[in-house]
Design a protein around this ligand. Structure first.
Ligand SMILES: N[C@@H](CCC(=O)N[C@@H](CS)C(=O)NCC(=O)O)C(=O)O
Length: 445
């Protein structure tokens, strides 16, 4: 049997070697200097890629038998998409940081085998954006020219090769049509359906997309890739103070969350319920490694609720909500609240020097709880307090840039677009001044 040398083992001084490669891309190129050449991307069994050129004098000799190899495309239904991991590495020589993205996901193939995959670079971002902006029941995708990494026990995972691999979602290509046409698939589909799963879970949120506390719930449901039924509470007509709503929350406040097992109010209690119930799914938002890490997480959740939120909510109310409804901002309250917020942010600045996020080195519920107020404060002069603290600034940029959060803020995608067609109260909703007072007033006095 001929012995082949791996591309990575080639040495300049070695002359009797054979390599076995596949042509994964082939095209003809013309340049004034080189004339017509054949350009190729070759790949060996270890996934190492090289560029090769057939020079103009040899083109006639090789043209007839060089062709792009047919590569096995992998088709499957997406069943799990993890968290987009962003790694910044500072390049001292170049004077800038490079950002590396990676994302783990799983596909189920026609043999009902779950295949672990890892996307790196641009494809990781493409998949992440697609997953968070798409609410289709089942997403079937095709991986073209991905590399299989084999371990001792067989296939370990499938990963992309920068510049070569492609991912296609739910497009009208034969592989996907074939996949979806299989009887087996239609039988198994319900267990992959995001919507079907949610109908089973029956998650209902009573609230309003402008409400900070409602957005907190949207943020976690979107981080976990869970669907839900949004139900607009008509705050304009005082629906939240009427008997029907008071039976859901006797305090007459949104949001209220309901599934077949439990009815909950208090946004932070709801996020914790979802985070524990779905700890194995989507973004991991808890620090479950030990009692200590969990206690640290709980401590920072309390800090958000009792130190950060009172000042942040008051500043949002005074500077964002009041002007919308024609009420005058009380600048004395703003000044006083900013002094309080500064003290909290100083603690955060120090903490963020010790860990990348507030509770630990990964994004958790603690960071998520801050999002609704931070987002509103970025539209106000208070923004400067977030910007003139470098670590706080980086943290705010990173967490407000998350795809799930961007979607939570897009009310067409995350709220109105998901409402039942007959339930259009939310569309017509406009909050008058009096209502605005009662909506936000109570918690911010
Ligand atoms: N601590 C509660 C606060 C809920 C709350 O204040 N909700 C506001 C909307 S963001 C509300 O319903 N206000 C109406 C009122 O208080 O009458 C939570 O976290 O859910």
């Amino acid at each position: 049997m001929a012995a082949f040398t791996a591309v990575s083992d080639l040495k300049p001084f070695k002359s009797m070697w054979k390599i076995r490669v596949k042509i994964i891309r082939l095209w003809k190129q013309y340049s004034a200097a080189g004339g017509e050449t054949i350009e190729m991307f070759l790949i060996d069994e270890n996934g190492v890629k090289i560029n090769a050129t057939v020079k103009k004098d040899l083109v006639n000799q090789f043209d007839s038998f060089l062709s792009q190899g047919s590569s096995k495309h992998f088709c499957g239904a997406l069943v799990h998409v993890g968290d987009l991991i962003v790694n910044k590495t500072y390049q001292p020589a170049k004077g800038y940081s490079t950002i590396l993205y990676s994302l783990e996901f799983s596909l189920i193939d026609l043999g009902y085998t779950q295949v672990r995959c890892v996307a790196h670079g641009a494809l990781a971002r493409i998949l992440n954006d697609f997953w968070h902006s798409n609410t289709a029941d089942v997403v079937v995708c095709v991986l073209r020219l991905w590399r299989i990494d084999w371990g001792a026990g067989g296939l370990t995972y499938v990963t992309n090769m920068e510049g070569v691999s492609e991912i296609l979602f739910d497009t009208d290509i034969p592989e996907i049509q074939f996949f979806k046409s299989q009887r087996l698939v239609s039988k198994l589909m319900p267990s992959w359906k995001r919507e079907a799963e949610v109908k089973k879970l029956g998650y209902k949120i009573y609230g309003h997309p402008f409400s900070t506390n409602t957005r907190r719930i949207l943020a976690i449901l979107l981080e976990k890739g869970l669907s839900y039924e949004p139900i607009t509470v008509d705050l304009k007509s005082g629906e939240h103070k009427r008997e029907a709503f008071l039976s859901l929350n006797p305090f007459g406040q949104v949001p209220v969350f309901e599934d077949e097992n439990v009815k909950l109010f208090e946004s932070r209690a709801i996020t914790q319920y979802i985070a524990y119930l779905h700890s194995a799914r989507g973004t991991q938002l808890l620090s479950l490694e030990s009692e200590e890490t969990l206690a640290t997480l709980t401590m920072w959740m309390e800090i958000e609720a009792h130190q950060f939120d009172p000042f942040a909510s008051r500043l949002t109310w005074e500077q964002v909500i009041k002007p919308i409804y024609g009420l005058e901002t009380d600048h004395a309250v703003v000044k006083e609240s900013e002094v309080g917020l500064e003290k909290v942010l100083n603690v955060y600045e120090k903490r963020l020097g010790e860990s990348r996020f507030l509770a630990c080195n990964t994004f958790t519920l603690v960071d998520l709880h801050h999002l609704p107020n931070l987002q509103y404060l970025l539209e106000t002069p208070t923004k400067r307090l977030l910007e003139n603290r470098p670590r706080v600034r980086m943290w705010v940029d990173e967490i407000t840039g998350r795809e799930a959060w961007k979607m939570a803020c897009d009310q067409e995608k995350s709220w109105f677009g998901k409402q039942r067609k007959d339930d259009m109260t939310g569309k017509a909703f406009k909050m008058p001044c009096e209502q605005a007072k009662s909506w936000f007033g109570k918690q911010r006095k």
